[in-house]
Design a protein around this ligand. Structure first.
Ligand code: SF4
Length: 577
């Protein structure tokens, strides 16, 4: 008998079938990846197993743990199963942690409620568990409230809460989607290390995560199982074409964008830009230069707090830089967007992360696209919609009648209708599913080939960046630490932080299974460390790094800000791998 048996499970809502006759099982100690794009029924399946579906859900079929049907249990018995046998880690720990109760007390309460420990014994067990999940100074974290911890630390606390009862099954629903890439790698490794013989149901849209962490995988599409099998087999020879498409669309390191001949012409220069937010008492960008050429895609990469969005906002005039200049075609632009000429405004456009949210919900598609040129009837509206792959039937729709991918096409149409020379894409594909994401990237690249558009592409996903960018600028705590061509940067990352980012990319290849990671999280930009800001996380830091800020230098065809670049380069070159 398997530990968990899901038997012809269906979950229905009025007018919607969320899960349709799903059957699968998990044995003790096994790890199963449940993969699928948004709306495929992954989370609904997890919620059904946990008994957490809303009241209007109609559930059919059976869910058994150790042969016992969960659907027939009363609330008290189900609570006990949930606490002792199955635990869950959610994408957003703030949803699951009580903001008003200290972390340690919340976890100890689980032990007390189920009489697994009492008094000091319970607190001692919690401190031990906080230590095991890698929270520094666990006694102090015991007394912290959730909002006092960083995102990564909260996810560690959530894992501690889930594992404190030593459950037989752990369900992790997109446990790292909200985290920075280096922290994602740490958390996935932690789950792997701590679960011992706890079975794992890992729910994710990210095939790289499944490839590295699950023995078996099950592919869901619109509530139905498409196929299931050993992860390696499915990656090599999937039976279903949709699985193949998902695997092919998963971002991976290696694809390269060929250089464009127009890239000899510099169109945009940002010189020594500082961005300061006095209300938050922080400097988001420090003395940063940026150069962009026609037909070029420059990727700006870095985790939260790296200053990449603030830098482009300063370039676009949406925040006024505290220092520095921005030049377009050799002419200085006024720092504030309200003082820029209409012709200047048309030359730079922007596409945002949230496709539906960035469009005015009360306007029809044709009005949204035509607004920047002051006419929705103009023939260039239909021509631009056609250019982004949308026929005329879309012009009368409202944003809520569009899918995520269609909404992003509309946002791109609106951004290119003025024939800009520069397009800033701020995490523009981060919210899209794999196959749709690839279509949008292909669209951007084809527009670039046709028009010589220069693109600044802000992203945290390095695998996507490698595929579409010519040059990459890596930022850390408000400063560029490395700038190089995509080819040089990915084949030989020079800065220890760049190397950490490249190593943290989960590869959608079960055989690669490369997983090394940097420790800790990005410090707060309010109080950046002295010297090299990366030194508290850098395994190569020496005394000099703690006191002296490394200045960007030109070496080996790259700009690099690391005191030890030459020595570390020699070490990498002479290492056997
Ligand atoms: Fe590491 Fe020092 Fe280089 Fe900073 S300057 S990245 S701490 S070796």
């Amino acid at each position: 008998m398997s530990l968990l048996e899901v038997d012809t499970l269906s979950v229905r809502y009025p007018g919607v079938v969320a899960v349709d006759g799903l059957t699968f099982s998990i044995d003790r100690g096994e790890s199963l990846g449940l993969v699928g794009e948004s709306g495929s029924g992954k989370t609904q399946t997890a919620m059904a197993i946990m008994g957490l579906l809303p009241a209007d859900a109609e559930v059919e079929g059976d869910i058994r743990v150790d042969g016992r049907s969960l659907l027939s249990l009363d609330d008290a018995a189900l609570n006990r199963v949930r606490a002792l046998e199955i635990s869950m880690v959610f994408q957003d720990p703030m949803q699951a942690l009580n903001p008003f109760v200290r972390i340690g007390d919340q976890i100890a309460r689980i032990l007390l409620e189920h009489r697994l420990a009492a008094g000091d014994d319970a607190s001692g067990k919690v401190v031990d568990m906080l230590d095991r999940v890698g929270l520094p100074d666990p006694e102090r974290q015991y007394r912290a409230y959730p909002h006092q911890l960083s995102g990564g630390m909260r996810q560690r606390a959530m894992i501690a809460a889930a594992l404190i009862t030593d459950p037989a099954l752990l369900i992790a629903d997109e446990p790292t989607t909200a985290l920075d890439v280096t922290v994602q790698a740490q958390i996935l490794d932690l789950l792997e290390e701590l679960r011992d013989d706890t079975a794992l149901l890992l729910i994710t849209h990210d095939l790289g995560v499944v490839a590295g962490h699950c023995e078996r995988m099950l592919v869901l599409d619109r509530g139905r199982k498409l196929e299931e099998g050993p992860t390696r087999t499915l990656f090599v020879s999937p039976d279903h074409p949709h699985t193949r498409t998902m695997i092919d669309a998963a971002p991976r390191l290696g694809a390269r964008q060929p250089p464009d001949p127009r890239m000899s012409e510099t169109i945009l220069i940002a010189d020594q830009v500082d961005v300061i937010y006095p209300e938050d008492q922080l400097q988001a960008v420090h003395s940063t230069d940026l150069i962009l050429k026609a037909g070029e895609t420059l990727a700006l990469v870095g985790e939260s707090g790296s200053g990449k969005s603030s830098l482009v906002r300063a370039i676009l005039g949406l925040v006024t830089p505290a220092a520095g200049d921005v030049e377009f075609d050799g002419i200085a632009l006024p720092p504030d967007v309200r003082r820029r000429k209409p012709a200047d405004l048309k030359r730079m456009s922007m596409v945002f992360q949230d496709p539906v949210g960035s469009l005015n919900p009360q306007m029809r598609v044709r009005d949204i696209v035509g607004e920047p040129i002051g006419s929705s009837r103009h023939s260039s509206v239909s021509a631009t919609l056609a250019r982004v792959g949308l026929d005329d039937s879309f012009s009368d729709r409202y944003p809520h009648q569009l899918s995520g991918g269609q909404a992003q096409r509309v946002a791109i149409a609106r951004a290119i209708i003025t024939q800009p020379r520069v397009l800033v894409c701020d995490e523009a594909v981060a919210a899209l599913d794999g196959t749709v994401r690839q279509q949008i990237i292909d669209l951007l690249m084809s527009i670039q080939r046709e028009t010589g558009l220069a693109i600044i592409f802000i992203a945290h996903d390095l695998a996507i960046v490698e595929g579409l960018s010519h040059r990459v600028m890596v930022m850390y705590l408000g400063r560029p630490v490395e700038i190089a061509t995509a080819r040089d940067l990915f084949s030989r990352p020079g800065h220890p932080y760049t190397r950490a980012l490249v190593d943290a990319v989960p590869e959608p290849d079960p055989l690669s299974n490369k997983y090394s990671f940097v420790r800790g999280e990005t410090p707060s930009p309010i109080a950046p460390p002295l010297g090299c800001a990366f030194h508290p996380r850098c395994e190569h830091a020496i005394a000099r790094c703690r006191v002296e800020l490394p200045k960007p230098r030109e070496v080996d065809n790259r700009t690099i800000a690391c005191h030890r670049y030459e020595e570390l380069r020699t070490e990498v070159e002479s290492s056997p791998n």
